[in-house]
Design a protein around this ligand. Structure first.
Ligand code: HEM
Ligand code: HEM
Length: 207
């Protein structure tokens, strides 16, 4: 049973990483302009918005969260290193983020508010005080958790061969995660883009 949860988490994790990698690269394209980001997203949506693929993606998200929580629960009493803790806490944050984020986009944004959940939907929450005080760290921590989780996996898989290199590479992955997170948050700023978010998106921050 132990073997099964690990394998499930590993296989669905690798599959989900493909979406996450492409999704974050899509966000980085906003550094060259919101219009470029939107164009790339429209292309990508032709793949991940196909009902079969989208349902598969959401099932994988649920599997990742459920299996990850089970792994943390099982290992909670074991002696842990820094990288074990990084794995657990980044995983727990990802569980929180994935639930809130997918509900906020797929359900709240699209079904309830009837918005196109594009660049502006992501940007509105980091451009308006006070909600930005929550959403800037919320996005930044999400990206850092993806990289933190990856750094922990990488460290565990490579430290037996060469611990010094494993540590250096894991630290580099963490630094890249921080930089990518900051760049994505910057790319979402109205002042960076020199644009104004369309007024219909303001209903997303009216609670
Ligand atoms: C973004 C989604 C996630 C991805 C891509 C991902 C990916 C992975 C991968 C590839 C591993 C390595 C498995 C192995 O060593 O064979 C792993 C391990 C682990 N993950 Fe995740 N994971 C994600 C989310 C989560 C969540 C939400 C949690 C917990 C709430 C979690 C907790 C763990 C734990 C505790 C381990 C260590 C397992 C061990 O030491 O055997 N992960 N993850
Ligand atoms: C700063 C970071 C992020 C921003 C601004 C952001 C923004 C968005 C937006 C606007 C959508 C809607 C896409 C669409 O309508 O086509 C979306 C969807 C989604 N995002 Fe993110 N995201 C970020 C990071 C992440 C991360 C780190 C993960 C995973 C760990 C993630 C997982 C997802 C998933 C699963 C969907 C649902 C896709 C679907 O079924 O349509 N996002 N995100």
């Amino acid at each position: 049973m132990k073997f099964k949860t690990n394998t499930l988490h590993y296989v669905s994790g690798i599959t989900l990483s493909i979406f996450i990698g492409v999704h974050l690269l899509n966000h980085l394209t906003a550094l060259v302009g919101a219009a470029v980001h939107i164009k790339v997203m429209q292309l990508l949506r032709q793949i991940y918005r196909q009902p079969v693929i989208e349902v598969f993606l959401l099932v994988i998200v649920a599997i990742q969260i459920a299996s990850g929580i089970q792994l943390v629960w099982r290992k909670r009493k074991k002696n842990s290193t820094f990288y074990d803790k990084l794995q657990w806490y980044s995983g727990l944050y990802l569980a929180f983020f994935l639930i809130v984020h997918t509900l906020a986009t797929v359900w709240q944004g699209r079904q309830v508010l009837q918005l196109d959940t594009n660049f502006y939907y992501a940007a509105i929450v980091v451009n308006s005080i006070p909600v930005a005080l929550f959403f800037i760290p919320y996005y930044l921590l999400a990206v850092m958790s993806v990289f933190g989780h990856t750094a922990a996996v990488h460290y565990k898989k490579t430290s037996a061969k060469n611990i010094v290199n494993a540590q250096k590479q894991a630290r580099l992955i963490l630094i890249i995660g921080f930089v990518v997170g900051v760049l994505i948050v910057i790319s979402l700023q109205e002042s960076y883009q020199g644009i104004q978010i369309p007024t219909e998106y303001y209903k997303a921050i009216q609670f």
